[in-house]
Design a protein around this ligand. Sequence first.
Ligand code: FAD
Ligand code: NAD
Length: 468
Amino acid sequence: MEKFDVTVIGSGPGGYVAAIRCAQLGFKTALIEKYPTLGGTCLNVGCIPSKALLDSSEHYYNAVHHFEEHGIDIKPPKVNLAQMIARKAGVVKLTCDGINFLMKKNKITVYTGHGSFVTKQTIEIAKADGGKEQIESAKTIIATGSKPFTLPGIEVDKQRIITSTEALELKEVPKHLIIIGGGVIGLELGSVYGRLGSKVTVVEFMDRIIAGMDGALSKELQRVLKKNLGFEFLLKHKVTGVAAKAKEVTVTATNAKDEVIELKGDYCLVAVGRRPYTDNLGLEKIGVTLDKRGKIEVDEHLRTSVEGIYAIGDVINGAMLAHKAEEEGVFVAEQLAGQKPHINYNLIPGVVYTWPEVAAVGYTEEQLKEQGKKYKVGSFPFKASGRARASMDTDGFVKVLADEVTDEILGVHMIGPRTADMIAEAVTAMEYRASAEDVSRMSHAHPTFTESFKEACLDATAKRPIHI
Ligand code: FAD
Ligand code: NAD
């Protein structure tokens, strides 16, 4: 039986990054992945393919809606969905192949098959051809991620009633896509098909979309998706049933007045969250405990209830984000090497890759109110940015929340062009516990979208923005 210092189960962004960091630190490392391609949800059916389709559909949308104004006359463009999906598949392949390269470079032994615990130090790998192999490992990191969740009584048939995985592979542009859930997946994939011409209806249980984010972002994103893509939003509606018959889906929901409403479309995307994936891992055999939502319980060192076994990423508590999983992978590896790493969970940014993009870090205004914290608000609209006018991206704003007494930045909430990239400056500033005045005294290249962050900081610190 081959012996390893560390074995990682699952090759998503949590798992493969943990394996690389372990190898860099000198551990003999194994990585087990049940699928033939590495990279997990993120690379195969998540972040990367969704962003590939978001980019393609954005080009199409701009060609139809903005080229003429830019002075570019073309024949009316047509959607070639098969080509878009093929390009996406190419991007995914390149990215997954990159992980194979990194595994080889770092001398990580990769096993393809389903991993499960036999004892706390023996892991069995069940291969697709029925073969089995066992390895021994001093320490194990569980990074088995998550799978799409569905509502009780709703059967995903993967043809008409679909999850994000099938939505990345459709053969036609839906005429009317009904989306259950106004969260990140619903709004990103809804944007893809909305731009390609689908009518999109979002049915959301809460009274706002992207409910965990600052309320101002929810409001602005809802306004812009309605204005630009014609999205229809049914908020405070709880979906209770979905049925598919031939090419039609019927979604049943209850509204705030307890009335039952019915919607008809040709596809229904179920995007109501994801469940931790712990199926057939053998956790009960070795005594790894789960919380009441089925996530693996860990302490602040990401140790499970069994000594020598750690868990990271979507399978444990916290935001289901690729970069959160990556940080946790590095954190565990460095701890195993005797280092003292740290993760500031409050400063893990969240991004929604709609257009305009939504990005945030730190506390929301709602959270500060709840904490009874005294804070100042500064904001700057993109319509006052020269760079945004040049690119015709004037929807949205940057909002900065700063401590009323110390001026320390407590939260940054952006909606606008390229805010997914802009948020990194806010993370850096907040990691160094910058004040709004600190940022407002730093030079920002002109003309850039980033000037809007500086202006919002000027507004927060002393109510003296220059350009509004
Ligand atoms: P995963 O990526 O889920 O990887 C787990 C891996 O473990 C899988 O490959 C699985 O096959 C394997 N596995 C499970 N059990 C076993 C077993 N017993 N034996 C062997 N292998 C096993 N996050 C972002 O930060 N940004 C985004 O833009 C973004 N976009 C997304 C878009 C979509 C459509 C979806 C669905 C998700 C998106 N996410 C995004 C979320 C992101 O994909 C996850 O947070 C991230 O992949 C979690 O990483 P992980 O390593 O914990 O698990
Ligand atoms: P989500 O939790 O973001 O949103 C699900 C939404 O469904 C919620 O707003 C919820 O109120 C609603 N809902 C639940 N039950 C309902 C019902 N019966 N009727 C109507 N609405 C209902 O989940 P998601 O969008 O499926 O995304 C899953 C995970 O994937 C998220 O945790 C997210 O972090 C991650 N993800 C991240 C990105 C990104 O970082 N850009 C992109 C995609 C996915």
